[in-house]
Design a protein around this ligand. Structure first.
Ligand code: COA
Length: 332
């Protein structure tokens, strides 16, 4: 039996720190409101002259390769989770492949928003288990800042999101590894958290950008209350599903790395699972919600801080646009 193991983790966030105070210059909001509702103090925004989704991913990859003692040439396949690709098409997977000098290897893009990294992990895990590839790179990377409505109209959404990239390198191993992944979706809620354009849902003439008079459809729309209500239920469900599937108990979890949606959501899950502050990794205070990038950035930081050790049981869980939700249990 082959397993997949995470052998390297890396991340990259842009240099520009955007504080809550800074946002008060653009939006009718306050530091107190943002901290109380979301836990966020600051987030990073890209510098358009130097940062792209693909090149942030490349920097995260190089950090992961260095930690794993591997080089670019060891990567056999790329799984790239993003909902903010550099181009509408092709996806950012091929751009990263070009950036890493890996012409010819396959590159797959995943569009499952905040659950995208766990969906990507699941794909990589299956390829490795079946023997199709020995070394697979999984990325979560996003540039959300340039799609936000940074005016008072968009204030419930704009204050939450940030930019960044995280990378994980998976390799085949005789010992576990990724114990399981659990993926779910409910498309009935697709429009509760979405960006409508440039989609193909419009008739021909209306799809042309010059015909779209109200361009708010290019910005993130989120029904925050709905998202919150569903998130707290689905997070718990999918974590329990993973524990049950592996005959494990919540007491067995060494570290929970939840998608950094909102600190209040993470604290709710922590309380339900009876975990201590040390058993849940949160960095939303510093980076906001970076969608598909949030779990790999958090895992990479946790690893760097010595919070993930050999034989630990790490639990990943995510919820987001779609709605989609997912979990994974990993024996380190
Ligand atoms: N600053 C100040 N006031 C704000 C604000 C902001 N940034 N955003 C909204 N408000 C106001 C609203 O206008 C409203 O005012 P009113 O009562 O006078 O009408 C009030 O605050 C409450 O708005 P509401 O949208 O109901 O707030 P909320 O308590 O639901 O909090 C979120 C909003 C977004 C923080 C919350 O819904 C949430 O965390 N949702 C989950 C989001 C999430 O996790 N998304 C990521 C999924 S991957």
């Amino acid at each position: 039996m082959k397993y997949s193991k995470i052998v390297g983790l890396g991340h990259h966030v842009p240099d520009t720190v955007i504080t809550n105070e800074y946002l008060t210059n653009l939006i009718d909001t306050t530091d107190e409101w943002i901290v109380e509702r979301t836990g966020i103090k600051e987030r990073r925004y890209i510098d358009h002259t130097k940062d792209t989704v693909a090149n942030m991913a490349a920097r995260a990859t190089r950090m992961a390769l260095k930690r794993a003692g591997l080089t670019e040439k060891d990567i056999e396949f790329i799984v790239f989770a993003t909902i903010t690709p550099d181009y509408f098409f092709p996806g950012s997977g091929v751009l990263l492949q070009r950036e890493l000098g890996l012409e010819g290897i396959g590159a797959l893009d995943i569009r499952n928003a905040c659950s995208g990294f766990i969906y990507g992990l699941s794909v990589a895990d299956q390829y490795i288990k079946t023997g199709a590839y020995k070394t697979v790179l999984v990325i979560g990377a996003e540039i959300q800042s340039t799609a936000l409505d940074l005016t008072t109209r968009g204030r419930n959404t704009a204050v939450i999101f940030g930019d960044g990239a995280g990378a994980a390198i998976l390799q085949s191993s005789d010992k576990p590894g990724v114990l399981s992944t659990h993926l779910h979706a409910d498309g009935r809620y697709a429009e509760e958290l979405y960006v409508k354009d440039p989609g193909s849902s419009r008739p021909h003439k209306e799809r042309q950008p010059e015909q779209i008079l109200d361009t708010s459809s290019f910005k993130v729309f989120m029904n925050g209350n709905q998202v919150f209500k569903h998130a707290v239920v689905r997070f718990m469900e999918v974590i329990n599903e993973a524990l049950n599937a592996n005959n494990l108990k919540k007491e067995d979890i060494s570290l929970l790395v939840p998608h950094q949606a909102n600190l209040r959501i993470s604290q709710f899950i922590q309380e339900k699972l009876g975990l201590t502050d040390d058993q849940v990794y949160n960095n939303i205070m510093r980076f906001g919600n970076t969608t598909a990038a949030s779990i790999p950035i958090a895992m990479s930081e946790a690893f760097g801080e010595g919070k993930i050790k050999e034989n630990d049981l790490v639990c990943l869980a995510a919820f987001g646009s779609g709605f989609t939700w997912a979990s994974s249990l990993i024996r380190w």
